[in-house]
Every structure is written in structure tokens, then in C-alpha cells.
Ligand binder design. Structure first.
Ligand code: FES
Length: 116
């Protein structure tokens, strides 16, 4: 076994930015709540339409399960920056899309600061 660290190498990236959005839907009176019961679906529909309309393939969009902060939803996280957002309207989605996903400028007013 060698003590020399492995050489760093550049990994090819599939996307310029990759969004994971929580699609979990629990019943409205569930004690944990859910992004779905907090109105996520129309937001993710809008996001999906924006990604599709773009057609360039530079923005990845993945439906995720519960990300563990259910009462703070609807939640989405953008990589590579690791920024968590809590959008509440389709206009918020458009702003995140245009400003952050396409332009690289974080939308501070919609950022969700979470701690474990
Ligand atoms: S249901 Fe969305 S984070 Fe748990």
C-alpha cells in the first residue's frame, strides 16, 4: 500500500446546475407534514416546464424524496452550490430559474438556512 495520495483529476459534469426538489406527499393531518401538503406540486410543475422549455440540457432536475426538513417546505436544493430554497409561488420559481440556475446569482430572499 502506498502512502502517496491519489492524483486529483477533473470529473466531467453532466449539468451546469442540478436541482433536487422534494416530491413527498403525506396526508394533510400527518404530524411530520410534507412539502406536498405545503403546496409543492405546482411549483415543481413550473420548474419542470422551465427546464423542458430550455432544452439545452445544462440544468438537471430530479424529483427527490423527503430531505428531512418537512415543516420547512416546499424545499429544493441547487448544486453545485448546495443552496436550499423555499419557494412559495411560481414567480419564485421563475426568479430562482433565471437568476441562480441560469445566471449563477443566488436569490437570497428565498434561501432557507437549515441546521442539523
Ligand atoms: S417532505 Fe419534503 S423535506 Fe420532508
Amino acid at each position: 500500500m502506498s502512502d502517496t495520495p491519489e492524483e486529483e483529476f477533473e470529473l466531467p459534469q453532466l449539468y451546469k446546475r442540478h436541482v433536487f426538489a422534494c416530491f413527498t406527499q403525506r396526508p394533510p393531518n400527518h404530524p411530520r407534514g410534507s412539502c406536498g401538503s405545503l403546496g409543492a406540486q405546482p411549483l415543481w410543475d413550473r420548474l419542470g416546464k422551465r427546464v423542458e422549455a430550455d432544452g439545452g440540457g445544462e440544468i438537471g432536475f430530479t424529483s427527490a424524496g423527503c430531505m428531512g426538513f418537512c415543516s420547512a417546505g416546499p424545499l429544493m436544493v441547487v448544486y453545485p452550490e448546495g443552496v436550499w430554497y423555499r419557494p412559495t409561488t411560481t414567480e419564485d420559481i421563475d426568479e430562482i430559474y433565471d437568476s441562480h440556475l441560469k445566471g449563477g446569482k443566488r436569490v437570497d430572499r428565498l434561501v432557507m438556512i437549515l441546521s442539523r
